[in-house]
Design a protein around this ligand. Structure first.
Ligand code: SAH
Length: 220
């Protein structure tokens, strides 16, 4: 990949990523596939790593953080079964890419980021790509959720915790779905918490590896 790649080149890489990394591994939700065919992931990656925009791996975005592997973003989005009417909370805006994907699938997204530099970076990326009209980026400790816009139809956590932060379960609607990596720093389970009729059901989807969740209910 050269530095003067054309838009067409990016588009080709994006379509290939959707075929080979998402569809081939079982992502079938048509709205998720469509969103990821359309959103320019390369615009959410720092210039020095841009050639890795469609690589099958997490990519550094600065401050020791990473944008998740495309498959992980797709899988997490698919787990939330969004129809387009929901209000979604994301914890860990990072580059803003995952928030853009959620924004394409839901009515409204609140994405909380603890690092001010990355909150600004996410906002910038969302605005530049025109993907952020229904996405609000908030700089705060998302391990406590974001009470002003609660409750949420769905919650997506992009950093690993030792257990699901209680505030997030409290701020989840009934019915509602929450996806989060749970476990120690070296490996976690990706879990879906489903709140239904006053009960919470837990399902493990796969193993994964995320950066640690900081903050009051994280690894602080
Ligand atoms: N969803 C992002 C990936 C983010 S990586 C993307 O698509 O690019 C995880 C992010 O979570 C990092 O930016 C990190 O700073 C942030 N984070 C860690 N702990 C947090 C907390 N308690 N509240 C909010 N953000 C947090």
């Amino acid at each position: 990949m050269s530095l003067n790649s054309t838009t067409t080149d990016w588009e080709r890489q994006r379509l290939e990523m959707v075929e080979r990394q998402l569809y081939a591994r079982g992502i079938r939700n048509p709205r998720v596939l469509e969103a990821m065919r359309r959103i320019p992931r390369e615009e959410f990656i720092p210039p020095q790593h841009r050639h890795l925009s469609y690589a099958d791996e997490p990519v550094p975005i600065g401050f020791g953080q990473t944008i998740s592997q495309p498959y992980m973003t797709a899988l997490m989005a698919e787990c939330l079964q969004l129809q387009g009417t929901e209000t979604v909370l994301e914890v860990g805006a990072g580059s803003g890419y995952h928030a853009a994907v959620l924004g394409a699938l839901a009515a409204r997204v609140i994405s909380v980021e603890i690092l001010p530099e990355l909150a600004a970076y996410a906002r910038e990326n969302l605005d530049r790509t025109g993907c952020g009209a229904n996405v609000q980026v908030v700089c705060a400790d998302g391990s406590l959720g974001w009470p002003p816009a609660a409750p949420y139809d769905a919650i997506s956590v992009a950093a690993a915790a030792s257990d699901v932060p209680p505030a997030l379960l409290e701020q989840l609607k009934d019915p509602g779905l929450l996806v989060i990596p749970v476990g120690p720093s070296w490996e976690q389970e990706l879990r879906v918490y489903s709140k239904r009729q006053g009960r919470v059901y837990i399902r493990t989807v796969t193993f994964c590896r995320f950066v640690p969740l900081r903050g009051k209910a994280g690894w602080e």
